[in-house]
Ligand binder design. Structure first.
Ligand code: HEM
Length: 183
């Protein structure tokens, strides 16, 4: 029944986790810092979306991450994940409310349980957009994510390469988490 969503079918639902790990430069302490976090993520199916002869099936995506018992999330993402069965393209289009938009993409098979997506500044298809401040001070150059879907669990492992004024070399800002299905 959900075969139209290809490798995204196993993500449909509500997810939670408490063991997320973020690696970033923390301005308040001026150090590279590993933050553990909890997360709620939801994927709601829609489709088809037709572009001429193209037919996409997708997931409406919302995600939020909290530190410890803080009331407000310290990171959120909203967007759409998409599957094009004709080309085998899987896509994650999302916005980070720092003023960053990403359309990451990759190719895989309909029955894949693990797949990767990539975006880079200036790529003609899978690109990153960012505001003027970030372009000058903390620019997201590439984004890579690996998704693995299991029975009632899914994992993401992602790296955003940042060119930051604090570092001579590009800095890998990483996040990983395993979430369990709660609905
Ligand atoms: C689970 C996902 C993510 C979490 C939990 C997270 C968390 C964080 C944290 C804690 C910081 C440090 C802020 C500070 O203390 O100064 C940060 C910085 C940053 N993040 Fe993320 N992040 C995530 C994903 C992303 C993604 C996907 C992108 C871009 C595609 C991104 C772009 C940035 C940028 C550009 C900064 C630097 C801001 C600055 O230095 O002024 N993050 N993030």
């Amino acid at each position: 029944m959900t075969k139209e969503w290809g490798p995204l079918a196993g993500l449909i639902g509500e997810w939670e986790g408490e063991g997320g790990l973020d690696h970033a430069f923390k301005h308040s302490k001026e150090i590279v810092f590993d933050t553990t976090f909890r997360e709620k993520t939801s994927f709601k199916p829609f489709g088809p979306v037709d572009n001429g002869s193209q037919s996409l099936f997708g997931l409406d995506y919302k995600s939020a991450m909290w530190r410890d018992d803080e009331a407000d999330p310290f990171h959120t993402e909203v967007g759409y994940w998409l599957w094009d069965a004709a080309t085998g393209e899987v896509m994650k289009g999302f916005v980070v409310p720092r003023g960053i938009s990403v359309l990451a993409g990759g190719t895989t098979t309909a029955d894949a349980t693990s797949f990767t997506m990539h975006a880079a500044v200036g790529d003609p298809r899978y690109a990153i957009g960012e505001n003027t401040y970030l372009a000058a001070n903390a620019s997201s150059r590439t984004y890579d994510v690996t998704i693995t879907v299991g029975d009632g669990v899914f994992t993401y492992d992602q790296t955003t390469m940042l060119v930051m004024k604090e570092f001579a070399e590009p800095f890998p800002h990483t996040d990983k988490h395993t979430l369990r299905r709660v609905g």
